[in-house]
Design a protein around this ligand. Structure first.
Ligand code: SAM
Ligand code: SF4
Length: 363
């Protein structure tokens, strides 16, 4: 492993004696400021970050990337030490869940080094990861040993030819071997994420649920979001959650569940199975009122909302202040002030107003 110890600028643990995480003093009610300073203008508490550790990927899913992508020069991407510093600062400020994503996080060299250190952060309760599964056969056991608790694996089809068509380059058999390895590694939960695309995979929704039930894992169906300019009219391909639910109900008894993974998915249970079926419906069932998350891009931009363009650049601060944490904390707290009330994807299907690719912001 290239990195053996943290460089001096990395704050992985609060200093002995408990340096206050915020200079803003106690909150009303005597609660220390460090406990919950990340509250936005609408009273929503941010307790969850999604950290994109690379914009690169070994797939080119056609709803996510253009065929020819220009990736960031390495100098503009957060180093792993900077990723750790950003995440640990958020955790000091009360964040308890970190999802590592990308691009494809498992193509980032030394990703396990980062995960091992994130898992040890005091105050972090959940370390989770989203992956396309292509590298899981190799990494699953290491990820589990590093402290990753749950994994989401993206899988839009069970048909090899269709898989190749959607991902442009991916090999379904390899992803399924990755899923096997993840099941053998003993994660607390595994979930398949399926983006629904009309006339591409909408005829497979029942098969995908049957597959999840057969393996005793969860599945969430995601409405396609108009992010990045992927070069085709997405409104024709949009497939909504309500139609998906109705289609699944023709084959399965689905019982609404109050369970939540702390995310925007609404869940249904299939009696007699382990499987939860979720729907993530940014178009048809707006979930912004309960939003508890922000995103950090591979370039170190703090995006308080996936569906808006407002961002706070953290990278210049990280590099200008390698020791002093206060500017970084102040910028993160400032980011809460620009968190929008909600996204508005509804009018954006034909021409995206959010020009970032999903691979930049992290899914
Ligand atoms: N490469 C990893 C993967 O595919 O799981 C992690 C990053 S990917 C951007 C995260 C999730 O975003 C995936 O489940 C992917 O299907 C989803 N996604 C990408 N573009 C999307 C879009 N335009 N609308 C909805 N979901 C999208
Ligand atoms: Fe890569 Fe994930 Fe985007 Fe597909 S969805 S191109 S696997 S980042």
């Amino acid at each position: 492993m290239r990195h053996e110890s943290l460089p001096p600028d990395v704050v992985a643990e609060p200093p002995a004696g408990g340096e206050p995480a915020s200079s803003s003093g106690p909150l009303p009610g005597g609660q220390p400021a460090a406990a919950a300073p990340l509250i936005d203008r609408y009273g929503r508490r941010v307790s969850y970050i999604r950290l994109s550790i690379t914009d690169r990927c070994d797939f080119r899913c056609n709803y996510c990337m253009a065929e020819e992508m220009e990736f960031l020069p390495r100098a503009q991407v957060l180093t792993l030490e900077e990723c750790l510093r950003v995440a640990s600062t958020f955790v000091e400020l009360g964040v308890s869940k970190v999802r590592i994503t990308g691009g494809e996080p498992l193509v980032r060299h030394d990703v396990v080094w980062l995960l091992q250190r994130l898992a040890r952060l005091p105050g972090l309760r959940e370390l989770v990861l989203t992956t396309n599964g292509s590298q899981l056969e190799r990494f699953a056991a290491e990820l589990r040993a590093a402290g990753v608790r749950r994994i989401n694996i993206s899988l839009d089809t069970l048909q090899p030819g269709r898989f190749r068509q959607i991902t442009r380059v991916g090999d379904l058999a390899r992803v399924l071997r990755g899923l096997d390895a993840a099941q053998a590694a003993g994660f607390e939960r595994l979930k398949i994420n399926t983006v629904m695309i009309r006339r591409v995979n909408d005829d497979e929704l029942v098969d995908l649920v049957d597959f999840a039930v057969g393996r005793g894992i969860d599945i969430s169906f995601i409405e396609q979001m108009p992010l990045g300019d992927v070069g085709h009219a997405r409104d024709e391909r949009f497939f909504g959650s309500d139609e998906a639910l109705a289609r699944l109900q023709t084959r399965h008894l689905l019982v609404p569940s109050a369970e939540s993974s702390g995310g925007p998915a609404r869940y249904w249970r299939i009696p007699g199975s382990q499987t939860r079926v979720g729907f993530i419906s940014p178009h048809s069932h707006n979930f912004c009122d309960s939003c508890n998350r922000v995103r950090i891009t591979a370039r170190g931009e703090l995006y308080p909302c996936l569906g808006n363009n407002g961002a706070v650049p953290l990278l210049p601060l990280l590099r200008a202040h390698p020791i002093d944490q206060q500017p970084l904390r102040a910028a993160i707290i400032q980011g809460m002030g620009i968190k929008a009330r909600g996204h508005d994807f509804a009018n954006q299907m034909g021409s995206p107003q959010v020009l970032r690719f999903m691979s930049m912001s992290g899914g």
